[in-house]
Design a protein around this ligand. Structure first.
Ligand code: PGA
Length: 222
């Protein structure tokens, strides 16, 4: 099966015009494009992903976006629990669990990001995050969740996790949860295939997804 490649544009590009231009260059890759909320309505595609959502479906939560709003816009996927949200916006496992449940109720496909910080034990962190993030989610719904293993120290640093080491985490996750598992963290076109070769089902690509030629190559090489 073709690997699932997700471009995570983070808070980029800086204008709608640039976002549309980048999108036009990479849309034929078939990759899923994860973009800031304001760009999602401008990009016409079945392969779009939001970067976050709130857990309530409506109410007095100024500035938040509900899963239903995303669904209404035709968005198929949503990233939940990216390490940047955990780190900069104090998202806890409890909040992530609520967001996952809300996304599933709205029929979005969640991509749950997990991974250890530098110096932490990967398996311990993975075990804890999976336990709390997936708490009380039904077997049926669990099957719909995609996991992205992203060691925090490898994100945006150029210090990618060697595929052999990432494979240990992959196998640990698959023992508990036999779903699609992606690798993320400083992926580029030279190393992208290594992760697919050791068994990852796809990649979550941040920085390199902003360079059209590089991103196209990543897609071609896997
Ligand atoms: P990166 O980002 O590829 O720039 O390390 C990965 C991510 O979006 O989590």
């Amino acid at each position: 099966m073709k690997p699932l490649i997700i471009a995570n544009w983070k808070m980029n590009p800086s204008t709608i015009k640039e976002a549309k231009e980048l999108f036009d260059k990479v849309k034929n890759t078939g990759a899923i494009i994860c973009a800031p909320f304001v760009y999602l309505s401008e990009l016409k595609s079945d392969n779009l992903c939001a970067q976050n959502c709130y857990w309530e479906s409506s109410g007095a939560y100024t500035g938040e976006i509900s899963p239903n709003m995303l669904r209404d816009l035709g968005i198929a996927y949503v990233i939940i629990g990216h390490s940047e949200r955990r780190m900069h916006f104090q998202e806890t496992d409890e909040m992530i669990n609520k967001k996952l449940k809300a996304a599933l109720t709205a029929d979005l496909k969640p991509i749950l990001c997990i991974g250890e910080k530098k110096g932490e034990n990967a398996k311990e962190v993975i075990e804890k995050q999976l336990k709390y993030d997936l708490d009380e989610i039904s077997e049926k719904d669990l099957k719909k969740i995609i996991i992205a293993y992203e060691p925090v120290w490898a994100i945006g640093t150029g210090d990618f996790c060697e595929s052999g080491r990432a494979k240990d985490a992959l196998e640990f996750i698959k023992e508990k949860f036999n779903n699609k598992v992606l690798y993320g963290g400083s992926v580029n076109s030279k190393i992208s295939k290594n992760y697919i070769d050791v068994g990852f089902d796809g990649l979550l690509v941040g920085g390199a997804s902003l360079k059209a030629d590089e991103f196209i190559e990543i897609n071609q090489n896997v």
